[in-house]
Write a protein that binds this ligand. Structure first.
Ligand SMILES: [Ca+2]
Ligand SMILES: [Ca+2]
Ligand SMILES: [Ca+2]
Ligand SMILES: [Ca+2]
Length: 353
């Protein structure tokens, strides 16, 4: 009987374990409020900068009179990435911009030929033909973009998505409308959901106010299927996320980034922003493989890709030419830069393959 009781006890423990494991895999409800599954292990980064876009004090679910990004939480359940961004998105058509790096390749700098979505707002941040365009940190090359906004009377919300292919082009889509605080965007074709609860009055303050976004449990929440991100764990297992608040025309970046900027004011013209020159990484990592280096090794086919953006272009050519006669533009290991390196670069022109 002892044996029988022991087995019953073991089975009871196993049952609890299995049930609790299954429970742990219940996905978050995309409603703009923080679910328990996001914390604490999926608590990726916290804001440490006051907001230059207003500290909302309305405390109602649908309207906000300021924008801030207090914290980022992320979890993958059932092949879907769930993001929770604590904070507010002002109901004046300011934009939430979210860039996701989910595989090798992609865009380290936004070109000007991405999909025309949200009144061509994505390309408002890209290269205008003069070689500018929003540039991310060195180890971040975005593969997917999702943006949301809210405003009007009565207040509504909208969202758009786009692929960010290494060479540009790609596809984008408007994914629908909802109502902050009550109706989530729920796009059945793409499996994308977005919800906003704008009632936060805590988190960071405005100029001179609180500098910590810790503890905020309402904000913007979304679900994006991994297949839509192009997630390819054979090339990159960890998922990186860069989020920011932008102006109503995608035309004026705030100081609300996640991962956060060091204390500083709004960044302004998106095309002139180069996050690689700003201290720290303005992206957070959802770690799937703790052994994966932050920067994937450069593909062997790409020795002339001096800046690591996986495109051989004019900036690499400039590096090579300025290093002529020195090792700075060497591609074949002979410790000098000469015509053979130039020929290698020109024959590899375009995306690394
Ligand atoms: Ca939720
Ligand atoms: Ca990428
Ligand atoms: Ca606040
Ligand atoms: Ca940086």
């Amino acid at each position: 009987m002892m044996t029988h009781n022991f087995i019953v006890a073991v089975l009871a423990v196993l049952h609890c374990f299995i049930v609790s494991s299954a429970f742990a895999q219940v996905p978050p409800i995309v409603d703009g409020t923080l679910d328990a599954i996001y914390v604490p292990v999926n608590d990726l980064t916290t804001q440490s900068n006051t907001t230059g876009f207003g500290d909302s004090n309305l405390g109602v679910v649908d309207a906000a009179n300021g924008s801030e990004l207090d914290g980022l939480h992320a979890v993958v359940i059932g092949e879907v990435l769930y993001l929770f961004l604590g904070g507010n998105l002002e109901s004046n058509f300011n934009k939430l911009e979210v860039f996701i790096d989910a595989k090798s390749g992609g865009q380290n700098r936004l070109p000007g030929n991405n999909p025309d979505i949200d009144f061509n707002g994505l390309n408002r941040m890209g290269d205008d033909g003069t070689g500018n365009g929003l540039r991310f940190d060195t180890c971040f090359s975005a593969d997917f973009y999702i943006t949301s906004t809210c405003g009007g009377a009565p207040i509504e919300m909208w969202a758009n998505i786009a692929q960010l292919l290494t060479e540009g082009g790609g596809q984008g889509a408007y994914i629908g409308s909802g109502i902050p605080g009550s109706v989530a965007i729920d796009n059945l074709k793409y499996g994308v959901k977005v919800a906003i609860n704008n009632s936060n009055i805590a988190g960071v303050g405005g100029d001179g106010g609180n500098t910590s976004g810790a503890g905020v449990t309402t904000g913007i929440e979304m679900a994006v299927p991994l297949i839509l991100l192009g997630y390819d764990p054979t090339t990159q297992k960890n998922i990186k996320i860069c989020a920011a608040i932008n102006g109503g025309g995608h035309d004026y970046l705030s100081n609300q980034f996640l991962a956060p900027l060091a204390p500083m004011g709004n960044l302004g013209e998106p095309r002139n922003v180069d996050l690689s020159t700003i201290e720290g990484n303005q992206y957070a990592v959802l770690v799937v493989d703790t052994n994966e280096p932050d920067c994937a090794p450069r593909p062997p086919a790409c020795p002339p890709d001096f800046n690591g953006d996986l495109i051989i272009d004019g900036s690499d050519l400039a590096t090579l030419l300025s290093g002529w006669g020195t090792p700075a533009g060497d591609t074949n290991g002979d410790q000098t830069t000469d015509g053979s390196d130039l020929a290698t670069l020109l024959s590899a022109w375009g995306p690394c393959v």
